[in-house]
Design a protein around this ligand. Structure first.
Ligand SMILES: [Zn+2]
Length: 637
């Protein structure tokens, strides 16, 4: 008998070995954080954010940001749930999540702050960041533990906890800081901290996700510890990090979770529909991608494609994924399914991982759709604040979803705030992360001779090709214009290739450059002079498309267009300085109906067309503006 058991163990160990050895090759390599900086309108917007909600959140909710939860105030057995200043009305998830919550708030906020500071070369902010990093590193125990629990509690849970999640949010910013500074102490701290997790939850011999059958949202967030492992694998080439990520995904799949959409049995069940908390569902795409690549397992790859199709069904035409807050088996609807800013960020981030590993130009189209439409369209265009929840067709923003009454919840999320403390301070920090994460995936290297402009946006890239320093300034008003100049500066003339994504909406490319077209990318392969340039323009007509409910909407280039609705601003809760919650009441209730003979034409940033006024049944000539610059609006007709 004993021999048989030993034999079975040997077989299963062999299987694991063979899995870890046959990983899937990643298509693109990420450039270190700081290699790609914003320019043009995007830089101006990020600067405004740093002067506004991103740069000031620590002053607006000092109690949440300054709670020394990783240090002197680590959680102990008898720690009470913290008062976060929120309403908690209609919360059925219990109080345990409020114990770890400040770790998410502060680490996600710092992650956005650090990345903005680096990309904007903001010296004062970088000084503040340096102090924060050294304070955090000082909380690390001798054994490497860097987290929010005291010795009695850590790694010994049978219910809701934030062990891996508090680490994930913190280590993401440590990695960002390390990539920018190459600071040896920071790197050693990260290695020791990750090793500490892998020692205390040993691979295939522990159950980090076996925590009972009650609500476990924090534990489920912790599955994104694979973000850390994936980047560690890329930075070190050590497969142990990918093997561990695969183990985490498998263990999560095999245990009960209140956030079950990504569990393998549910993905492979053809009758299953997404039902979990939206943010979890979209962030869990990343562990699934990493598991599929780490294992090269056919079943996981199949699961990945099923999961991606389910996400498409959950996403509105602007890229807004259902997240208001549970998906509850619904299909995306531009009027009735709201999306949380956190969901927008998490889905965008997950798609950037898919783009980096798979290299599919269509993934980049999805990323641009989210960033240039849903994400921009959830920002208040003039003030520094964002919507916690938003719908594509947005007929009022006074707290509720287009006036709907929710029986079990006092809904206050449909408004603009720099904080949203009455609900949770999650969306404001994530709204500060999204631009740096977007920019970080705009350029990749495919090999040492090939640069890829995967996502189009105004940036300045500094890297090397065959050890020669290269600077490429992507000068453009995109997506508000479809013209580009890639200004190239080299230390010496060299030959190399540049791949520029041709967006799926582009009918044609206007350029004097000789190029070939391959899988949705324009490839330019020539010798570049010390000072050189590539000029190109993408041509497109106004496109009339259909949503899942067969309503029509209008695109021009990367932008969705909407009929803006005149509104009256109402001022809500005031924080310090000039930060106020803002609400919007419509000045009219006119909606429009699509007509076939609409004669839609594009001119100078607007689409002019004919639509039928639903009140009068008369045809009117109206103008649509970029969805990204609207507050109240109708987008589907
Ligand atoms: Zn949120």
């Amino acid at each position: 008998m004993n021999k048989l058991i030993v034999f079975i163990i040997a077989i299963s160990m062999n299987t694991q070995l063979s899995i870890s050895q046959s990983t899937n090759k990643e298509k693109f390599d990420r450039l270190p954080l700081g290699s790609i900086k914003p320019s043009g309108w995007l830089k101006a917007q990020m600067k405004k954010d740093m002067e506004g909600f991103v740069g000031n959140l620590d002053k607006l909710v000092p109690g949440l940001i300054n709670d020394p939860i990783y240090g002197s105030s680590r959680l102990q057995k008898h720690s009470k749930a913290k008062d976060l200043g929120n309403l908690k009305e209609g919360d059925a998830e219990g109080d345990d999540q409020y114990k770890w919550w400040n770790s998410e708030t502060q680490s996600n906020w710092w992650d956005g702050y650090i990345r903005n500071a680096i990309l904007l070369e903001d010296k004062a902010a970088l000084e503040k960041v340096k102090k924060y990093i050294y304070n955090i590193l000082a909380t690390q125990d001798a054994d490497g533990y860097l987290g929010i629990y005291d010795k009695e509690l850590r790694y010994k849970f049978n219910s809701e906890n934030g062990e891996l999640w508090a680490k994930t949010t913190l280590y993401r910013s440590l990695l960002a800081y390390y990539e920018f500074t190459r600071n040896h102490n920071v790197w050693q701290a990260i290695i020791k901290a990750v090793d500490n997790v892998m020692q205390n939850y040993p691979l295939n011999q522990s159950q980090p996700f076996a925590v009972g059958t009650a609500f476990s949202g924090g534990v489920a967030h912790g599955l994104t510890f694979t973000d850390i492992l994936d980047r560690m694998y890329q930075l070190t080439g050590d497969k142990k990090y990918w093997d561990y990520a695969l183990f985490l995904y498998r263990n999560f799949s095999d245990n009960y979770s209140s956030e079950k959409d990504v569990q393998l049995k549910n993905i492979l069940n053809p009758d299953y529909k997404f039902q979990s908390h939206g943010v979890h569902t979209y962030e869990h795409l990343r562990p699934l991608i990493v598991a599929a690549y780490a294992s090269n397992n056919v079943e996981l790859q199949k699961a990945l494609s099923i999961y991606l199709a389910r996400i498409v069904r959950s996403t509105t035409v602007t890229g807004g994924p259902i997240g208001d807050e549970w998906i509850a088996e619904r299909q995306a609807d531009e009027t009735h399914t709201g999306y949380e800013y956190c969901s927008i960020h998490e889905l965008l981030d997950s798609y950037t991982v898919l783009l980096q590993k798979g290299g599919d130009s269509k993934t980049a189209d999805q990323i641009e759709t989210i960033f240039y439409n849903a994400a921009q369209g959830s920002r208040e265009p003039k003030h520094s604040c964002i919507a916690y929840l938003k719908t594509d067709n947005s007929y009022e923003m006074q707290g509720t979803k287009n006036g709907e009454v929710e029986p079990n919840r006092k809904q206050t999320r449909y408004k603009y705030s720099a904080v949203h403390q009455d609900v949770a301070v999650c969306c404001a920090p994530n709204a500060g992360r999204i631009s740096p994460y977007f920019i970080q995936s705009s350029w990749f290297k495919e090999d040492d001779n090939l640069l890829v402009a995967a996502i189009l946006c105004p940036t300045i890239l500094k890297t090397t090709i065959k050890n020669v320093p290269v600077k490429i300034s992507e000068i453009t008003e995109y997506p508000y214009s479809n013209q580009f100049v890639f200004k190239i500066e080299l230390e010496q003339p060299i030959s190399f290739k540049i791949k520029i994504r041709k967006p799926e909406w582009a009918d044609s490319v206007v350029t004097k450059e000789p190029y070939t077209l391959e899988n949705g990318f324009i490839i330019i392969n020539r010798k570049f002079a010390k000072t050189d340039a590539i000029r190109l323009e993408f041509k497109t007509p106004v496109r009339i498309k259909e949503n899942l409910n067969h309503e029509k909407y209008f695109n021009y280039g990367a932008l969705v267009y909407a009929k803006s609705i005149e509104s009256t601003q109402l001022i809500g809760k005031g924080y310090r300085a000039d930060f106020f919650d803002l609400m919007y009441k419509p000045q009219n209730h006119v909606q429009y109906r699509y007509v076939e003979n609409n004669i839609a034409t594009y001119n100078a940033g607007k689409i002019s067309l004919q639509l039928e006024n639903k009140n009068t049944n008369k045809i009117e000539r109206i103008e649509l503006t970029p969805f990204s610059k609207t507050i109240l609006r109708q987008v589907t007709f």
